[in-house]
Design a protein around this ligand. Structure first.
Ligand code: HEC
Length: 427
């Protein structure tokens, strides 16, 4: 059994102890070059969650458990979420120049739990000390839709949407043990010769120690958009997470119950799951992250129709060239498309990576019925002249985007073109 404090001092909460206990963490994936090219459509593959071998309890799996040998890792591409800009020019630039990334995901389940093991390359290990706000940590998230009976109407990929909730499992690399002087944080040194400073520092010290003892940035949210996130406390989802830095990258693990207060995944044959990464080195935080689209995770050996997997791997049939011409003519006054920056910032979601994290069904729905899913732009003050939606007395949101295309063939061409809008994977 390993100690609870990991190599780099990331202490897990009780829920995750079982994961760490058996985890002799190893080497994360080296990113493999991808065949991805611009102006083409690329679709993520289906992930098969393998059935845990006899005697293996998925809730107790470690990242290096031998049982993982039976689960095949699959490469998934994550794209910079360029929907909205942060009020931090440098972070925006670093994020969008960084390109898409490859992560490797394996999954396993038993009758009670499901686990995901995610590996990704990252040349710099960014851990945030609990006391600092000028550093940004690396991190990852696993998002699951709670209702996916209609695969054409999945929640908005960026943390769900009104009436279409998601569960977000979030782990950030935050250092939780406190060393008053060891970290070089001079402002926290206690100087015995300065009585005033001493008092102040002593107060700080006590505060920091108590915070350090409590703080573990591992959270679960039920979310209907980043304006409607509620943290689930008290372990009701029965989930655990851990992340460990190895050779040039991270290994992250998440386990959770198949059945909980907020979700019932036990009856389904295939689940929609999405993954996100934050890179602290690139000043990533909040919406400045890399995300996948909804990925179909098939539970090995379970029956059930494959509508969801079919939907999430379908290549749109429309004509890319025709779609490009129409979208550039009709939509570029509001939306940034790729390099073409005609639209004012904040006017509407930036679509330059929309093809990387959207399904064809979502795009078609967004065009035909803009209010079906309203993207909840989270920095409303930054664009109060360009409101993305109005809210009526009952709280119902209506998109300010006019339904401009009604012809199905035209929409299908537009969708094919939008699916080509995405960053390339840097070689
Ligand atoms: C008057 C400005 C305006 C025009 C013109 C416009 N849109 Fe939009 N669009 C918006 C706004 C605002 C939103 C965010 C609210 C919402 O979700 O509907 C949006 C959302 C979207 C989304 C969802 C984006 C995301 O990040 O998930 C897509 C896709 C989209 N529009 C496509 C189009 C296409 C294609 C056209 C041209 C046929 C178009 N839009 C024309 C304003 C506009």
């Amino acid at each position: 059994m390993k100690k609870l404090i990991m190599k780099h001092g990331i202490l897990r909460s009780a829920a995750a102890i079982s994961i760490i206990a058996s985890a002799a963490m190893g080497n994360p994936a080296e990113a493999k070059p991808s065949a991805e090219t611009k102006n083409t459509i690329s679709i993520n593959p289906v992930i098969t969650a393998s059935k845990a071998p006899k005697g293996v309890k998925v809730a107790e799996l470690g990242a290096e458990s031998k049982a993982w040998k039976s689960a095949k890792g699959v490469d998934i591409t994550v794209y910079p979420q360029t929907t909205i800009e942060l009020n931090d020019k440098k972070a925006n630039e670093l994020g969008s120049k960084d390109g898409a990334k490859i992560i490797n995901v394996a999954a396993m389940y038993d009758s009670n739990s499901i686990a995901f093991k995610i590996k990704w390359a990252d040349g710099t290990e960014n851990i945030q000390s609990g006391t600092r706000s000028d550093e940004y940590p690396d991190g990852f998230a696993v998002q699951m839709a709670t209702n996916f009976s209609d695969p054409k109407k999945l929640p908005y990929i960026g943390m769900g949407s009104e009436g279409r909730p998601v569960l977000v499992h979030l782990q950030k690399a935050v250092k939780v043990h406190y060393e008053p002087n060891g970290g070089g944080n001079v402002e926290l040194q206690v100087n015995m010769h300065q009585a005033n400073a001493f008092d102040k520092n002593l107060t700080n010290f006590v505060k920091n120690v108590s915070e350090a003892g409590l703080y573990d940035y591992q959270k679960v949210f039920i979310s209907e958009g980043f304006r409607g996130m509620t943290e689930i406390r008290g372990g009701g989802e029965n989930t655990g997470m851990a992340m460990v830095y190895g050779k040039n990258g991270w290994t992250g693990m998440m386990t959770r119950s198949l059945k909980s207060e907020h979700a019932d995944f036990a009856a389904a044959g295939t689940l929609p799951v999405a993954f996100a990464l934050w890179d602290g080195e690139k000043l990533g935080r909040d919406g400045r992250k890399d995300i996948s689209g909804w990925i179909a995770v098939k539970l090995e050996g379970k029956k059930g129709d494959d509508a969801l997997a079919k939907e999430l791997t379908a290549k749109p049939a429309g004509n890319i060239e025709a779609g490009k011409a129409n979208v550039e003519a009709m939509c570029a006054s509001c939306h940034t498309l790729d390099a073409q920056k005609v639209a004012p910032a904040y006017m509407a979601p930036n679509l330059s990576n929309i093809g990387g994290y959207s399904s064809a069904a979502y795009l078609a729905e967004s065009i035909k019925d803009p209010s079906a899913v309203v993207v909840p732009g989270y920095n409303r003050n930054a664009h109060k002249n360009f409101e993305w939606y109005t809210v009526d007395a009952k709280g119902v949101r209506t998109s300010t985007m006019p339904p401009m295309m009604t012809d199905d063939a035209m929409i299908s061409d537009a969708v094919a073109y939008l699916m080509t809008l995405k960053s390339e994977v840097k070689k």
